[in-house]
Design a protein around this ligand. Structure first.
Ligand SMILES: [Zn+2]
Length: 130
């Protein structure tokens, strides 16, 4: 028995509107589309992030310009959450801890700069391509 995910079946069973709802993306209905601020690049306004349910597609007209189907939307959302979490734990000093949560927990001994975080992410991506 295969445990691989059947993404075709998943897209048929979970509509892009439902996927957006499960990801906590708040949008308002505007004719045949759903619109709102982009959850990835935070571009504001009610026209930045648009879902067209009939096509099962989304697109950001803001800074990130990301678009695709429900699977792509969920993957981009997961990447966004991972980057935010890394920044929160390794780069941002918490006033109550007087250092980063990662340093307080002994995960790292140094305060990371944003440039170091970007370099680590790029190295990780490059190792996947190799
Ligand atoms: Zn965007």
């Amino acid at each position: 028995m295969s445990h691989a995910i059947d993404f075709g079946e998943l897209k048929q069973r979970v509509s892009i509107e439902r996927a957006a709802g499960l990801l906590g993306i708040k949008l308002t209905k505007n004719g045949p589309q759903l619109r709102g601020p982009c959850p990835l690049c935070k571009a504001g306004g009610d026209r930045a992030f648009v879902i067209t349910p009939a096509k099962g597609l989304y697109y950001c007209f803001g800074a990130c310009g990301k678009g695709g189907d429900a699977i792509t939307m969920a993957a981009n959302h997961a990447h966004s959450v991972a980057i935010h979490t890394m920044h929160y734990n390794f780069v941002r000093i918490r006033q109550t801890l007087r250092c980063t949560p990662a340093k307080a927990a002994g995960v790292t001994t140094t305060l990371w700069e944003l440039a170091e975080m970007v370099k680590a992410l790029e190295a990780c991506e490059a190792s996947k391509d190799a």
